[in-house]
Design a protein around this ligand. Structure first.
Ligand SMILES: *Cc1c(COP(=O)(O)O)cnc(C)c1O
Length: 384
């Protein structure tokens, strides 16, 4: 089966022989499941934290999206990351991470590292040599995000995985921005893929959730154990919502990308715009890598305008269609200023070091009509 078919069919095969033949997975709200004898679980279920039929359906669909053997669903992207750290690391371990990561991930790594004695080294993973030279005897994991938020930096998953696998190091990739429709880290050699399903996978800004997909059996058992023992599971209702969202992932991503490409080109030619960051533009310094490891460039664009923070704020506040809001990946277009919003918790010095200026604007391009979106941007530019 190809991507679109899997996204619709896997996990929700109608049970005509024994069940009611539902075409859509029902929402199983029951917290517990009855049995006839103490040693017999006829349906395979005992308690909903451990396993739930709606979550199972979603986990099978999630696995299929990344061509993985296993999928696990959690109550948020951050709960997913916390569980991965708990399951796969021990005190004394060393982790190498891309220096440009989702702010919440860095915050988690900071407290986790301090409280549990895990050492984190941040490198500019755009250069695989920087990753290689950070490897120590106790390096257990390399944590990557590509493209990154908000500067659309990329790293070569295949090359970094080769460095890691010579040394038995786990490679984890946060694939939230690209989605499995445009990028498959497992095929490039990564061991685990992490998603905030809150974003494109659910795609409608109405469910917070997270997922891990992987094919290694031993690692899967450890993650499954910790999913149950720490308990940050996705609810049956959110599992249903996410199942519903995934069915249109391919269609949505094609539209997100088409709109984003048009807007990126429009912005690049605008005299009030200083610089545009979009992997699909030839001017992006890593456009070649994007072409190599992604099959599309996604719907996220960042750009800088002339000249002051006041102008950037005025622009963002003058838009009518784009909602001024954090988050991303929904059908509706959003706009935000990272230095003042999503990345305000990152110390100013660190923001400078990474390259996040105060006039940087980030757009999550939705799937409204692109002419309407461009007219909206034009109007807000004129207001400057
Ligand atoms: C939003 C996001 C997360 C965190 O996910 P939540 O669902 O908000 O907990 C992690 N990584 C990336 C890249 C994100 O965009």
């Amino acid at each position: 089966m190809r991507f679109e078919t899997k996204a619709i069919r896997i996990g929700e095969e109608p049970d005509i022989e024994n069940g009611s033949g539902d075409v859509v997975s029902p929402i199983h709200l029951s917290t517990t499941f009855a049995r006839k004898r103490v040693d017999m679980l006829p349906g395979g279920y005992e308690y909903s934290r451990t396993a739930n039929p709606t979550r199972d359906a979603l986990e099978r669909k999630l696995a299929a999206l990344e061509d993985a053997r296993f999928g696990l669903a959690f109550s948020s992207g951050m709960a997913t990351e916390t569980t991965a750290l708990l399951a796969l690391l021990r005190s004394g371990d060393h982790v190498i991470a891309f220096d440009d990561l989702y702010g919440g991930t860095k915050r988690l790594f900071r407290t986790f590292g301090r409280n549990f004695g895990v050492d984190f080294t941040y490198v500019d993973a755009r250069d695989p040599d920087e990753v290689a030279s950070a490897v120590k005897d106790n390096t257990r994991m390399i944590w990557l995000e590509t493209p990154t938020n908000p500067l659309m930096k990329m790293c070569d998953i295949e090359e970094i995985s080769e460095i890691a696998h010579d040394k038995g190091i786990i490679v984890a990739v946060d694939n939230t921005f690209a989605t499995p429709y445009f990028q498959n880290p497992l095929k490039l050699g990564a061991d685990i893929v992490v998603h905030s399903t809150t974003k494109y996978i659910n795609g409608h800004s109405d469910s917070v959730g997270g997922a891990i997909m992987l094919s290694d059996e031993e690692m899967h058992e450890r993650l499954r154990f910790h999913q149950n023992s720490s308990g940050a599971i996705l609810s049956p209702f959110d599992s249903y919502m996410t199942l519903r969202g995934i069915k249109t992932l391919a269609v949505r991503m094609r539209e997100h990308e088409r709109n984003a490409m048009r807007i990126a080109e429009y912005l690049e030619s605008h005299p009030k715009v200083r610089r545009v960051y979009y992997p699909g533009l030839e001017s992006h310094p890593q456009h070649g890598l994007a072409k190599k490891q992604m099959s599309g460039y996604g719907g996220m664009i960042s750009f800088e305008i002339y000249d002051t923070v006041k102008d950037a704020t005025k622009f963002a506040e003058s838009l009518r269609l784009f909602s001024l809001a954090e988050s991303l990946g929904g059908v509706e277009s959003l706009i935000e200023i990272p230095a003042l919003m999503t990345h305000s918790s990152v110390p100013e010095e660190e923001r400078r070091h990474i390259g996040i200026s105060d006039t940087l604007i980030r757009m999550s391009v939705g799937i409204e009509n692109v002419e309407d979106l461009i007219e909206d941007i034009e109007g807000a530019m004129e207001a400057l």
